[in-house]
Design a protein around this ligand. Structure first.
Ligand SMILES: O=P(O)(O)OC[C@H]1O[C@H](O[C@H]2O[C@H](CO)[C@@H](O)[C@H](O)[C@H]2O)[C@H](O)[C@@H](O)[C@@H]1O
Ligand code: UDP
Ligand code: MG
Length: 734
């Protein structure tokens, strides 16, 4: 493997130009602060936007800028002011951000934004291609760059591409409202591995992939024609050691070195020793629930007035995306709220809220974290929330209480915190009281668990887990047990075919020779297929069998005039040389009376499903149902049927979106083996796509060439991607 290329909109440093000088300031926000630790310890290149627009960049400084970035292991993508407007302030932060955080009413669906987003994603993709080589590993970050994986994939089909989303992936009901939803999903599917913070985000994403693109998903694998994409959750950690060490140093140096902020915090503590400090730190963002938190604080002071003058709320709101109107409105709302509450409640000795609207250097963050008795974080939605983790990491004596919103991704891993619903003021007021009065013993015992977990699953471990999963994916370790039909293998098969004296071919129909259709009757043979089968049929010393689960009426209509050999209903009926169908197996059908009403009741309760009645089997089809619902019903049906069929000689076959109940001694494997015994064949081949074809793959002798269509676990020796490839393969023989 080559080097790792990290790619995100925001670089770990932001450049500013003042008086012809270039200043590099650290970026705020969890992505940059978290990934910085991963980047610094590794041989990686980080590609992103420098924070400057082309218009702000004097051409004579271009070289210095590149050097400044290079010193930090970074390279830039140049964006014009117009591009930043449409791509960053527009589509990223006025469409996707609000939508993915469930602020549907804030989402603007502007075609211009979308077009710029596409163009800028193309720019990032081109930058990656320019700056990386084929064997580098590409790690794309976040919602600003969702189209990049596919754009890179088009030019670099074999490169390893990972994508991580730092914000929530919303439920299907929300995501489906996006006009460009399919394109966004397709963009992401250019990746080999897609990571989310939590299992819920992962599950929402998979559900959208199934419903909107109709792709097959099995556990956390998405099956495309020629690739499998892995989806998994990796909750992001922090650089635990960095925060812990900083807090220890802070403690040690408290007599020799103190920041102005720390002096102020200390004088507050000295003047009011039994007043508790409650801290909140967030980017000024509506998703963080800052305004609601201030209201809840007022509610608390009214519900428990005995805590007036006994608590102080410190709010650090970091300026963010201030070109976006919603952020400007929120800024005004918070200013007014703080002003009003302080005005109404303040006393000579007490201001209830200390409010800072600025970004603070790392040293001051440590001052705040270590000086506060309580951290109170109440996002309405938050992908992760690293501040919660950072607060706990700095509590070197293990005291301190974290109150955290259930709606933050970090809440899933921080069960020992006091978890609250930010919309429930009653609960918040009571929880604040509980935090203020929590015995030290309890604080320490809760924080011990939290710290151990944060130390273990730190940001380095997080990044390694992601990269290892990507690597494993590349090595193909866990994908298929069958081999792809390579050129060499194909040539070998050609040779065997030519040399053979007697050949026997078994071809499944649906999913093998033709693609699927919503209505099975519409998946009828086309002229190209007839002519291909005609040619195979006319080959000397070759016996061709179509072998299918279909009913004999349909196949009779389509193929009897052609005199193709056919085995239908999984092996109940056979027709050779254009003769009428004959029973191949003696089968009972008395059980059908009992099972039919069960299937019919499932049809009634599962819109889109239907029962297909064959002579000796009943099939419940659910291709046209809601995919999640259909799977759920199929599971239920399986349970019901298993308990019903106990003593009868029948079994249930789980096919591709179909459950078929049929006599146990009938299957394609048994039928194929019977045909094999009729003559002495020295070339046997079977091709199929479905679970029911696995019987053939299992039961035919080892020398047979068995081929699975699609990338799924199989007993077949080889696989091909799709029906088109099957036809190409058969053309070689014809
Ligand atoms: O780049 P900005 O527009 O200034 O915004 C800052 C970052 O905000 C978001 O952070 C997210 O990532 C964190 C780490 O995974 C996570 O804890 C938090 O919940 C997320 O909101 C955004 O996703 C980043 O792209 C921004 O850089
Ligand atoms: O003045 C500040 C305040 C906060 N942060 C950092 O910004 C990040 C915020 O990340 P979080 O995941 O909590 O939320 P996000 O802003 O990414 O949505 C944390 O690492 C903080 O340490 C910072 O660098 N400067
Ligand atoms: Mg099939």
């Amino acid at each position: 493997m080559g080097k790792t290329i990290i790619i995100s909109n925001r670089l770990p440093i932001q450049l500013q130009i003042s008086n012809g000088n270039i200043d590099a300031i650290p970026s705020v926000g969890g992505l940059a602060t978290g990934m910085k630790s991963v980047h610094s310890g590794n041989e990686s290149l980080w590609v992103g936007w420098s924070g400057l627009t082309q218009e702000d960049t004097p051409p004579e400084l271009e070289k210095d800028i590149d050097e400044a970035l290079e010193k930090n292991g970074c390279a830039k993508v140049n964006l014009s002011a117009e591009e930043v407007e449409g791509f960053y302030f527009g589509f990223s932060n006025r469409t996707i951000w609000p939508l993915f955080h469930y602020f549907l009413e804030y989402s603007e669906f502007e075609l211009d934004f979308w077009n710029t987003y596409r163009e800028v994603n193309r720019k990032f993709a081109d930058a990656i291609i320019e700056k990386s080589s084929e064997d580098d590993v590409i790690w794309v970050h976040d919602y600003q760059l969702m189209l990049v994986p596919q754009m890179v994939r088009e030019k670099r089909p074999n490169t390893s591409i990972g994508f991580f989303l730092h914000i929530p992936f919303p439920s299907y009901e929300i995501f489906r409202t996006l006009p460009w939803r399919e394109e966004v999903l397709q963009g992401l599917l250019g990746s080999d591995l897609i990571g989310f913070h939590t299992y819920d985000y992962e599950r929402h994403f998979l559900s959208s992939v199934r419903r909107l693109l109709g792709l097959e998903v099995s556990f956390n694998d998405i099956y495309l024609d020629n690739r499998v994409i892995k989806v998994d959750s990796f909750p992001m950690g922090i650089d635990y050691k960095k925060f812990k060490t900083a807090a220890q140093d802070h403690e040690q140096n408290k007599n020799t070195h103190k920041s102005d902020l720390q002096k102020r915090l200390d004088s507050h503590k000295a003047s009011a020793p039994d007043t508790k400090l409650i801290l909140s730190i967030d980017r000024l963002d509506y998703s963080k629930g800052i305004a609601k938190r201030i209201n809840a604080f007022e509610y608390f002071l009214n519900k428990y007035p005995e805590y007036k003058e006994k608590v102080r709320l410190i709010i650090l709101a970091v300026p963010s995306r201030s070109n976006v109107p919603q952020y400007q409105l929120l800024k005004r709302e918070i200013d007014e709220l703080v002003g009003r509450i302080n005005g109404e409640l303040a006393t000579v000795n007490w201001t209830p809220i200390w409010y800072f609207y600025r970004s603070l250097p790392f040293e001051n963050l440590i001052d705040l974290y270590t000086s506060s008795d309580i951290a109170w974080l109440t996002p309405l939605r938050d992908g992760m929330n690293l501040v919660a983790k950072e607060y706990i990491a700095t509590r070197t004596d293990k005291t301190g209480v974290l109150i955290l919103s259930e709606m933050a991704g970090s809440a899933y891993e921080m069960n020992e915190a006091l978890l609250i619903n930010p919309n429930n003021f009653e609960e918040q007021a009571d929880t604040l009281k509980r935090a203020i009065t929590m015995p030290e013993e309890e604080q320490k015992s809760r924080n011990t668990f939290l710290q151990n977990r944060l130390e273990r699953y730190n940001v380095e471990v997080w990044a390694n887990e992601f990269m290892n999963a990507l690597k494993q994916k590349k090595e193909g370790g866990d994908d298929f047990i069958s081999q792809k039909l390579s050129k060499d293998i194909l040539q070998d098969i050609d040779k065997k075919y030519t040399k053979a004296k007697k050949r026997l071919l078994f071809l499944d129909y649906d999913g093998t020779l033709v693609g699927f259709h919503k209505d099975p009757q519409k998946a009828s043979p086309d002229d190209e297929l007839y002519s291909l089968l005609d040619q195979l049929q006319q080959q000397e010393n070759t016996t061709l069998f179509l072998i299918s689960g279909r009913d004999k009426q349909t196949f009779g209509r389509w193929f009897l005039p052609k005199k193709y050999n056919m085995i239908v209903e999984h092996g109940v009926w056979i027709s050779t040389d254009g003769d009428d169908f004959k029973l191949l197996e003696k089968v009972k059908d008395e059980w059908m009376e009992k099972i039919r009403p069960v299937l019919e009741s499932f049809v009634d309760r599962t819109p889109g499903s239907f029962v297909e009645e064959k002579n000796y089997s009943l099939a419940w089809h659910y291709r046209n149902t809601d995919p999640d619902f259909g799977e759920k019903r199929a599971n239920e049906l399986n349970t019901v049927l298993t308990s019903l069929i106990g003593n009868d000689d029948i079994s249930v076959l789980n096919g591709n979106k179909v459950m078929e109940v049929k006599s146990s001694n009938v299957n394609k494997g048994r039928a194929a083996v019977r045909m094999l015994g009729e003559d002495s064949y020295d070339f046997v081949m079977a091709i199929g796509d479905d679970w029911t074809d696995e019987f053939m793959f299992q039961e035919l002798p080892d020398s047979a060439i068995t081929i699975k269509v699609g990338l799924k676990k199989t007993q077949a020796k080889y696989h091909v991607e799709n029906t088109k490839r099957v036809r190409e393969l058969l053309k070689r023989f014809a």
